[in-house]
Design a protein around this ligand. Sequence first.
Ligand code: ADP
Ligand code: MG
Length: 366
Amino acid sequence: MTESVVGTSPGRVNLIGEHTDYNDGFVLPIALGHVARVTAQPRGDGVVRVSSAQLGESVELDALAPGPRAWWGYVAGVLWALRERGHALGGVDLDLDSAVPLGGGLSSSAAIECATVLALDFLAGLGLSADDLAVVAQAAENDFMGVPTGPMDQRASLWCTTDHALLLDCRTLTGRQVPFALPEDLVLVLVDTRSPHVLADGHYAQRRTACAEAAAALGVPALRDIAVADLPDALARLADDEHVRRVRHVVTENARVLDAVDALASGDWHAFGRLLTQSHDSMRDDYEITVPTVDLAVETALASGALGARMTGGGFGGTVIALLPADTLDAFSDAVVQAYAERGFDTPRISTTRAGAGGMELTPRR
Ligand code: ADP
Ligand code: MG
């Protein structure tokens, strides 16, 4: 019997570029230090058993079929997607243990999918390319679980590298490494706002539909094809005021991602910070996906001296990132905890992060 193998892949946080992915646009994630780990041990009886140190359970290989299901589908779905693509894989024990917080907007689902595909690729000697690894992991989520997420999460988890952000073009699905090494006197803070994603799924679908409708009305394949310079003209051609707001967010957000890359290239952290805040304002006013908890965290960060702050992730809660002078971190932490207490919100969880290693960097490729 072959030895067991381990696949590891991290969670991610998107620095800027929100709701641009399904508009064929740009995103700029970094990998986190929190990592999911999957141990794969082959077994001779054609059974797939999946366990999670966080959640428990198991499933049989012949019962695998696409559609919405329980947590183990994110892992078993990777095996299903590999078999769909003609890779002969037998029974296996997949034991999962992840430090990525579940459902916090840090992509715990992609972390476990990517750790699984890395483990199975290695175990079966498939030699999948970086593209194929991402396609298979994304298929587990989109096709097996039936969760209609865009292409960012799995590519961020797999392809990010230490001290870099990944500029991902969601049309060509190609990435470019952008140096993201914070100077000593700055910290990137994550505020887990601990807000439930109430009705988030319906809002997400509505935003996607509005963008598709607006692109059709403007006669472009996707909103990515509208340049900022052409925005006033495009907005004037839209009859629906909701479409106007959604298009303004997507088009300006795409431009902000590219401006952010320029700011990083010239080491202008203040310009980078301003773009984060402009992104938040746009999500709040035009895309209408923020909630009082995230707005409060952003306002408190800015009042505490942040260079910039924004909600990250799909919206309606989740995580706020803030770029802060290191010597203001304690004061900010106290201020945000107090501000939440005054409003009766659950105590937020605060941590700092750097741009960590992606799964492919953690798992040496042959
Ligand atoms: P996010 O990816 O932002 O954390 P999702 O809703 O996309 O949020 O994914 C969270 C889901 O992924 C969980 O509800 C669970 O089904 C699955 N999951 C993530 N991590 C684990 C884990 N360690 N053990 C079992 N299931 C997990
Ligand atoms: Mg997810």
